[in-house]
Design a protein around this ligand. Sequence first.
Ligand code: AVI
Length: 326
Amino acid sequence: SLIDLSRKDDGSRDTAAFAHDVATGLSLAQKKLPSRYFYDAKGSRLFQQIMELPEYYLTRAEFEVLNTHRQAMASHFAAEGFFHLVDLGAGDALKTKLLLRELTQRSKDFDYIPIDISGDAMVQLTGSLQEEIPGLQVQAVVGEYIQALEWLHHHKTGPKVVLFLGSNIGNFEPEEGIVFLQRIRQCLDPGDKLLLGVDLRKNPDTILKAYDDAAGITAAFNLNLLHRINRELGGDFKVDQFRHFALYDPQAGAMKSYLVSEEAQEVYLKSSGERYKFEAWEAIHTENSHKFTLNQVEEMALLCGFKVDTVYQDKNEYFADIVLDA
Ligand code: AVI
């Protein structure tokens, strides 16, 4: 079964919020668009391809963390009887399946609640889990993180283990990330746990290449946002006049992505009835992906009412999955 929080009562999706955010972002002196709008059906497929790129080390590194430490994690989570395993931004749950298999082999004393903004992804995941792990109790939820957390708070009592994997926390600005972790904490009781995946600081060359791959998949992923605006908001972006540009700031630990206009041009948006002017080489900021130190995570956790319990890492120490206790 699937709960869709992203549909309004009449069944339509919320394009009003998208239209509002795009109009606001394109009106700023330094233009920006929120990265959460990357993930329409096409964008979600491109992100799947990114996760298979040789340069995008994050997914492989986290897979190694979970594969190496799945037994320890499962013992940790399943120690005290029934619990809800909540997966924020589950996607295809390729990594979570390692844990799910480990947990089902031990006991069936949990249910799995994958949450994702992509409805397509949740339909596919529910299907694949029925085949691969029959008997697993699954309740998929389609919605934004905050929406989903509120739903969780009202509908699921009992112990919870929340997974927030894939360094999704890195796509928040630091202050927003803290507010977000505080909201997760408000939905949890003492004894509940959060498994937080974070991409760690490393050689800047390695990081930069992960966001500027040779095959141009990340560029297509970034540019797809303009196609989406054209399609859903009646925009007339000439997408081939924009290019993907990525840079890494090693002091801030911030990977930054932009779409740069190669020409002076104007773009019209039907949804707002406005024209937006671009100078030649003017950029739209589209995404930050923050890289962390373990000390930063510890500080952040404390600020949000969590305590670091266990840090699991891969051999290269590229990535960490950290158990935080509520
Ligand atoms: C989803 N998120 C953690 C990815 C990241 O690494 O920031 C999104 C992404 N953007 C470009 N490549 C991947």
